[in-house]
Design a protein around this ligand. Structure first.
Ligand code: NAG
Length: 333
């Protein structure tokens, strides 16, 4: 076994089960104090009595956030999240992994970002991946959901292995980024910490900044529970790449998404995906190398946004600059 500590060894062997499919509910849930620390926002971060659930709020003074004590190289990371309801335009809740504080110029990042909306309109989710400082190549996708995420808790998970990254909503894989050789350093490959934050994204989050945060409705409270940190902890100084080999056999694509899950993923993407960088020809003449173009997805996107994704009018398409804005906000948070 490549894991160098007994603890890591245990984690690695359980990970084999975790990546199987639906067993993630059985993963150990540690207390907030064991796994995480305050990042910012003073008492806008509130740990509940059970020691495991956390409220992050945003008001006119500040947002708030927390991060994992440890750095992880690969693993399964998950949280049950209930988003603020009612008027939430401009509000951003982020659940993500990053090493931006250690590698300023060549950081890695894997993001779930939840973008608030005006009353009566649903939250949207965005996912993104950066590797080795690839901030000039945004790899965003956006989706709507098949439920109201402010009405109850739902589980949002990131599976990160040497071979691929899978984003899950509950038991549905919604995105898989398979590592290709051509991606090179753009595939996240250095240890990262896990973060959760809420912040004011007025300039960007809702219709490109058209609807801003309205503090009349504050505080905006995002609730977190069932926090799962399930990866190999590494010491970035002495041995940053230690768990790699142990995880590789289990991370072979196809072994971690069953055929029925893959079908769910295809259906989700066809019905709920509203933006994907892979299909944005105004932005990338040639889709980045990891993109697998699907006729179904292309058709779904054309239906949802004919201006950006419809054939001949593409060169009039709008451009998407917000990747940088979001990244800057998150890393400066
Ligand atoms: C990451 O970026 C640095 C420059 O910032 C470069 O020297 C290095 O080769 C890159 N690593 C990979 C794996 O591409």
């Amino acid at each position: 076994m490549a894991c160098y500590q007994l603890i890591s060894l245990l984690l690695c062997s359980v990970l084999v089960i975790a990546s199987g499919s639906n067993t993630k509910r059985n993963l150990p849930i540690i207390s907030f104090d064991e796994g995480y620390s305050h990042l910012f926002g003073d008492d806008n971060l509130m740990v509940l009595r059970d020691g495991k659930s956390v409220h992050l709020s945003l008001d006119e003074r500040t947002g708030s956030g927390f991060m994992s004590h440890d750095l992880y190289l690969h693993g399964f990371f998950s949280a049950s999240i209930k988003l603020p309801s009612d008027y939430t335009a401009g509000v951003v809740v982020a659940f993500y992994m990053s090493n931006g504080d250690m590698y300023e110029k060549n950081h890695d990042e894997i993001d779930f970002e939840f973008l608030g909306n005006v009353r009566g309109k649903d939250w949207r989710i965005q996912t993104n991946v950066y590797g080795n400082g690839s901030v000039s190549v945004g790899r965003e996708e956006r989706y709507n959901l098949w439920f109201d995420p402010s009405e109850g808790f739902h589980q949002y998970s990131i599976l990160w292995s040497e071979a691929h990254i899978i984003f899950y909503v509950d038991d549905v894989p919604i995105r898989e980024t398979v590592r290709t050789e051509a991606m090179g350093g753009h595939f996240p490959s250095k240890p990262m910490s896990l973060y959760a934050t809420i912040w004011d994204g007025s300039d960007w989050a809702t219709n490109g900044g058209k609807y801003r945060v309205n503090y009349k409705y504050a505080p905006y409270v995002a609730q977190f529970s069932d926090l799962v940190l399930h990866g190999c902890t590494v010491d970035p100084i002495t041995n940053p790449l230690k768990c790699e080999r142990t995880l590789a056999p289990e991370s072979t694509p196809g072994r971690t998404i069953t055929p029925s899950q893959r079908l769910k993923m295809e259906n989700f993407r066809k019905k709920h995906m509203t933006y994907s960088y892979c299909y944005d020809r105004a932005r990338y003449n040639l889709p980045p190398p990891e993109c697998v173009i699907s006729a179904q997805e292309a058709e779904g996107l054309r239906r949802s946004d004919p201006v950006t994704f419809g054939g001949g009018r593409r060169h009039r398409g709008r451009r998407h600059h917000h990747a940088h804005a979001v990244r800057a906000e998150i890393t400066s948070a």
